[in-house]
Design a binder for this molecule. Structure first.
Ligand code: TEU
Length: 534
């Protein structure tokens, strides 16, 4: 099936609401305890009813699942745990019939150690052309017993592993994820083919994993704290790769969203130049604590950094790597930082939920596109995983300090009264679901006017029908301290109270939606947001 040619004026991605599906944990169609594409297909009506414009699928390719599928053994095969290529094609076209576009996840920085290329490289030995596709080097020290350089990992622990013939290979993540050598033309060619493969199957977009890490300094020099440029983050050569990718995407009308973690806004914006990526995740916003001044500053910085390159901003509150929003916002430190993750951090979930509801209205009113991670619309908190059930390599590589990312990847609760909350018809889910999750189940929330799901559905419906939302200008309104208020076009106002006191609402004609009740004086309570028509 070839992708329908889309007109250059079809800018759906500039203000889309994109729902992130983590297939392993969305819904289990065949009853083996692992979510799959059959499960997603069965729940497409749910996504249509929720009102999202697109779905981003985290990797569904053949994989040993050492890093949840971010260790890809073959990009042209669906992992049998998830289904078949035929299932993926059906899913893409059935979603399209419901007006939902598909975005796949490409992981160009590394492959699985089970990928044919890496197996061939190991077999072929030192000096072989097969090894040139990766970063193989002799070790340092008298007998080559020391790693070739001192690069820090993205996952703590070592970045080099020694193979039996004495050479070492580079892996910024786990040893099962060897880094590709992007200076090699075959690596570029292969990924360009993979992009075509998926665009040919009708996907509308591609999420690019670890997008700032691909290019390495050719000498692989030691890392020196504070010395620019960093030897493997944001090397200038990377932009050439994305220019070539953009030309391919343009042939199909496809779009990119880059996973670019870069605090420097000028460097970040380079990825969004008109001949590179269309969008990138806004991690500064995701990491920002629930504080009015800091949020406002982040919003202003975001809009300012996107403006010169003409790219729309994205607004992200959580994903499959970070602590779930209601838990994070219920903590004393409501920002997000991988390095600060610890077991047993207390969280007030009622407070976090109130704030997450307000944050939903804030993000959905801002100019640009919005990502919703599965379960965010249910208000799921981060789950505690018993130590002996943890699977995430980030936990093990931290020496057990970091609880890892499984707590935000727990299989979804669909039906309060069914076994495994309706996640699947058979075996227990691959990660245990908390005992008190019936309250979050979709079937309980669907008919509850106060539920998080109802709030999301209502907000998404309004966002679709109100042309003032989405792409376009916004203007801050003067407010009391700790209150964020801004106007969009068409008289739409969004007010969020992050102060400790009730706040007066600006003059308005109608209240369109509120994340919680107003008080008896008609004022906006703390941690509550409203959409108004002025
Ligand atoms: O995440 C990238 C990633 O983990 C780093 O960007 C890291 O989070 C950051 O630099 C802070 O250290 C992606 C995927 O989202 C994640 O699930 C994968 O595990 C990872 O890549 C490896 O493919």
């Amino acid at each position: 099936m070839a992708a329908a040619p889309s007109s250059p004026l079809d800018n759906w991605w500039r203000d889309a609401v994109i729902y992130q599906v983590y297939p392993r944990s969305f819904a289990d169609g065949d009853g083996d305890g692992t979510g799959d594409l059959a499960g997603v297909r069965a729940h497409l009506p749910y996504l249509a009813e929720l009102g999202v414009n697109a779905v981003w699928f985290t990797p569904w390719y053949l994989s040993p699942l050492v890093d949840g599928g971010y260790d890809v053994a073959d990009y042209r095969t669906i992992d049998p745990a998830f289904g078949t290529l035929d299932d993926a094609e059906k899913l893409i076209s059935e979603a399209a019939e419901l007006g939902i576009r598909a975005i796949v996840d490409i992981v160009p920085n590394h492959v699985s150690d089970q990928h044919a290329w890496f197996r061939a490289a190991l077999a072929a030995g030192p000096g072989s052309p097969e090894r040139e596709l990766f970063h193989f080097r002799p070790g340092r020290g008298e007998n080559g017993e020391l790693p070739p350089n001192d690069w820090p990992s993205q996952f703590s622990g070592a970045t080099w592993t020694r193979v039996p013939d004495g050479e070492w290979y580079l892996h910024l993540f786990t040893p099962e994820q060897p880094d590709l050598n992007w200076a090699h033309p075959a690596v570029r060619r292969e990924h360009e083919d993979v992009l075509r493969f998926w665009f040919e199957r009708g996907v509308a977009g591609v999420r690019i994993d670890s997008a700032a890490l691909l290019a390495k300094h050719p000498d692989l020099p030691d890392f020196e704290e504070g010395v620019d440029p960093h030897p493997y983050i944001d090397q200038d050569e990377i932009h050439d790769i994305y220019r070539a990718w953009r030309a391919i995407a343009d042939e199909y009308g496809g779009v990119f969203v880059g996973e670019v973690w870069l605090p420097d806004s000028e460097r970040f914006a380079r990825y969004l130049r008109p001949d590179e990526l269309h969008t990138a995740f806004n991690f500064n916003f995701l990491a920002c604590p629930w504080e009015a001044d800091r949020l406002r500053g982040t919003i202003d910085d975001t809009l300012a950094e996107h403006a010169p390159v003409g790219a729309p901003a994205t607004w992200v509150l959580c994903n499959h790597d970070v602590t779930r929003t209601v838990t994070r916002y219920g903590r004393a430190d409501s920002g997000f930082d991988f390095a600060a993750k610890a077991f047993g951090t207390p969280a007030d979930l009622a407070l976090g939920t109130r704030r997450a509801r307000a944050a939903a209205l804030l993000t959905l009113a801002l100019p640009g596109s919005v990502y919703v991670y599965q379960g965010e619309e249910l208000g799921l908190p981060e789950g505690d995983i018993p130590l002996d059930r943890i699977q995430d390599p980030m936990h093990f590589r931290s020496g057990g300090r970091d609880p890892g990312r499984d707590g935000c990847r727990i299989p979804l609760p669909w039906a309060a009264e069914e076994s495994h909350y309706g996640f699947g018809p058979g075996a227990a889910p691959w990660l245990p679901q908390p005992a008190d999750w019936a309250r979050y189940a979709v079937d309980r929330q669907r008919t509850d006017p106060e539920s998080m799901l109802t709030l999301y559905r209502t907000a998404l419906r309004l966002r679709r029908t109100e042309p003032g939302f989405g792409d376009g200008p916004m203007t801050w309104l003067p407010t009391e301290e700790g209150v964020l208020a801004f106007a969009r076009t068409d008289g739409l106002l969004c007010v969020v109270n992050l102060s400790g006191r009730p706040a007066a609402l600006p003059p308005h004609e109608r209240l369109l939606l509120a994340s919680g009740s107003l008080d008896a004086q008609g004022q906006l309570p703390s941690d509550t947001a409203v959409w108004l028509r002025a």
